[in-house]
Ligand binder design. Structure first.
Ligand code: DGJ
Length: 367
């Protein structure tokens, strides 16, 4: 019996390993974690800490109920980026009806960064209050001492209250014609978001604002807990959401989507010499068939992961393929970013490895 159990345990372990990705990215496929369960970290982002990658994302449940937060933010860990260990729920929804993050609220696109001064892990996310659709448009913040949590909710706000963007124009200050002016006192609407930590340690939030019409890039305070009131607009009335940001050769790159809810649309890309802009449009980063370009392989950007490999700076674009009728079944499309005429581009691959990425020319601007 003992022998049988030991053999069964061994077999179980072997099955769990074999079921994992084992160094191979398979865009759009089910992506089993160490327990063989499809990874549940949608709208996610990655933090590298002490040589380990942590993937934070929205924990979804089955059906359309999964489009609001029923559980919280899930975290996984990995050393090779394809085989992920379930580390549990990093930020749990609350049972207190008075809490902003009560079960049934919307908690989207969580991103975690580590503050070098305080040593704290700081999570930002897009928060919508329960039963209020997407009207609240707030930034939520939670903090932990340990990377996997538990994260303690700190509160929520609309960023940049009382501040004008660095590129403000006289007409932006007229509340009759400007959402920016309408929201000046109470803070700017903040929906789809990501965080970016620059080489100087300053952190920035990119958030879809002004009724989703204009994306803002907004500096965080030095403790990373609030917005600092210093912000700029990426492209006025650009209708951008789903920001994914990376830096390459001293320039800043941004990939976004258009505004079609859970349905995929064509991706867009931008470049800037300084993070506050001006940002210049580079067009659709997708290379492939017209259909692939029109719907971005069925996905929507969520994060750009930067890796230093063999003297080259590489980036992986992470996208979500949403399944709004069965949210838990949403898929992940991760693709290596390539360079074409100084522009970042992505091409479909049924499967690929980091070794495949290493074979791509290391010829981006600045390499
Ligand atoms: C598109 C956004 O990118 C998602 O994060 C989510 O907010 C959906 N819209 C909701 O329709």
């Amino acid at each position: 019996m003992k022998l049988f159990l030991a053999a069964a345990a061994l077999l179980g372990a072997a099955t769990a390993t074999a079921a994992q990705a084992d160094g191979v990215f398979r865009p759009g496929a089910l992506w089993p974690d160490d327990k063989g369960v499809h990874i549940n970290a949608h709208g996610g982002g990655i933090l590298e800490h002490d040589g380990v990658y942590y993937w934070f994302g929205e924990h979804k449940v089955s059906g359309t109920a999964g489009n609001v937060a029923q559980v919280g933010v899930h975290v996984y860990s990995s050393r090779n980026l394809t085989d992920w260990k379930d580390e549990g729920i990093a930020l749990a929804v609350s049972n207190d009806p008075a809490s902003d993050i009560v079960k049934g609220a919307i908690i989207e696109r969580p991103k975690v960064i580590r503050n070098p001064q305080t040593g704290k892990f700081v999570m930002w996310f897009h928060l919508e209050l329960k039963g209020k659709r997407y009207d609240a448009a707030r930034s939520g913040v939670a903090v932990a001492d340990k990377v996997t949590g538990p994260y303690v909710y700190q509160g929520s706000f609309r960023p940049d209250a009382g501040a004008w963007p660095v590129d403000v124009k006289p007409e932006d200050k007229d509340p009759a014609i400007s959402f920016l002016a309408r929201d000046h006192a109470g803070g700017q609407m903040a929906r789809d978001m990501t965080l970016f930590v620059d080489d100087d340690g300053k952190a920035w939030q990119f958030y879809a604002s002004e009724e989703n019409h204009t994306m803002h890039v907004s500096r965080l305070t030095d403790d990373y807990l609030r917005s600092a009131g210093q912000y700029a607009r990426v492209k006025q009335n650009g209708d951008d959401e789903a920001p994914a940001v990376f830096k390459h050769g001293g320039k800043y790159y941004l990939v976004t989507s258009g505004l079609t809810g859970w349905a995929p649309n064509a991706a867009k890309s931008y470049v800037a010499d300084t993070i506050s802009g001006p940002w210049w449009a580079l067009g659709n980063p997708v290379r492939g068939t017209p259909e692939q370009q029109k719907i971005t392989f069925g996905g929507q950007s969520t994060y750009a992961l930067t890796l230093q490999r063999n003297g080259c700076t590489r980036h992986i674009l992470m996208l979500d393929v949403w399944r709004k009728e069965d949210a838990i079944d949403g898929r992940y499309v991760w693709l290596p970013i390539e360079w074409e005429g100084g522009k970042p581009v992505v091409r479909w691959r049924d499967q690929w490895t980091l070794a495949d990425m290493d074979k791509l020319p290391c010829d981006g601007p600045g390499d």
